[in-house]
Design a protein around this ligand. Structure first.
Ligand SMILES: *[C@@H]1O[C@H](CO)[C@@H](O)[C@H](O)[C@H]1NC(C)=O
Ligand SMILES: *[C@@H]1O[C@H](CO)[C@@H](O)[C@H](O)[C@H]1NC(C)=O
Ligand SMILES: *[C@@H]1O[C@H](CO)[C@@H](O)[C@H](O)[C@H]1NC(C)=O
Ligand SMILES: *[C@@H]1O[C@H](CO)[C@@H](O)[C@H](O)[C@H]1NC(C)=O
Ligand SMILES: *[C@@H]1O[C@H](CO)[C@@H](O)[C@H](O)[C@H]1NC(C)=O
Length: 169
């Protein structure tokens, strides 16, 4: 009797710890653009992005040849026409590894300058607000979106990071 109660209490504590560890991951997926292909010509970033949900608080991670390409944020007109003459923001830091915070709920448009946009190096992402129910731990085990939102992206992020690690170091 006493023993079962202790076991049950320990299970609750462990579950709480597990949730505490997982929750900070909830709003923060770091997407490696193009996954293990990175940011390069002749890759369709529209196809790469179309089955993904980008949430406010996520990041994009661009990995590329720093001697050739760059990462420029432009408006929709310049995205369509591959015009890099007046970027809204130059995210290029020089190492060929640029992290862009997606911290506003809106559409973002990125291109590479130096002519590479014309070879397919352009990406449009629509950043959404996090779906509200994910914040309620009491109900969370009943909610399928909770698992999809936290465990799958976490596993995916680790996988893509590992891919990037293997490929680029
Ligand atoms: C990329 O794929 C999208 C659909 O996923 C298609 O509409 C578009 O034409 C493709 N772009 C190129 C340059 O092939
Ligand atoms: C994008 O910027 C260009 C140049 O500043 C401007 O001519 C164009 O109207 C802008 N497009 C949008 C959709 O704001
Ligand atoms: C973007 O910033 C980098 C690093 O500061 C700089 O070398 C590069 O010339 C800039 N590119 C554009 C198009 O402004
Ligand atoms: C989003 O991030 C950029 C770059 O770190 C920062 O300059 C900007 O103030 C942030 N915006 C918001 C709304 O947090
Ligand atoms: C749990 O979710 C149900 C509906 O799915 C709702 O009726 C109930 O109030 C929620 N309980 C808590 C503690 O949020």
């Amino acid at each position: 009797m006493e023993k079962t109660r202790t076991v049950a209490r320990m299970a609750v504590v462990l579950l709480g710890l597990a949730l505490a560890v997982m929750l900070p991951e909830a709003g923060a997926t770091r997407w490696t653009v193009g996954a293990n292909m990175g940011w390069r010509p002749n890759f369709n970033y529209t196809t790469w992005a179309q089955d993904k949900h980008f949430y406010n608080g996520d990041w994009l991670f661009f990995v590329y040849d720093r001697y050739q390409m760059n990462v420029l944020e432009v408006n929709s007109t310049d995205y369509e026409s591959c015009n890099s003459d007046h970027p809204l923001h130059n995210w290029t830091r020089g190492a060929g590894r640029d992290v862009v915070p997606l911290n506003v709920t809106r559409k973002y448009y990125f291109i590479s300058g130096k002519g590479f946009c014309f070879s397919g190096m352009r990406l449009a992402v629509k950043v959404e607000n996090l779906p509200p129910p994910t914040a309620a731990p009491i109900n969370s085990s009943a909610s399928p979106t909770y698992h999809a939102r936290i465990i799958v992206p976490a596993a995916f992020a680790i996988g893509t990071l590992w891919d990037a690690f293997i490929r680029f170091w």
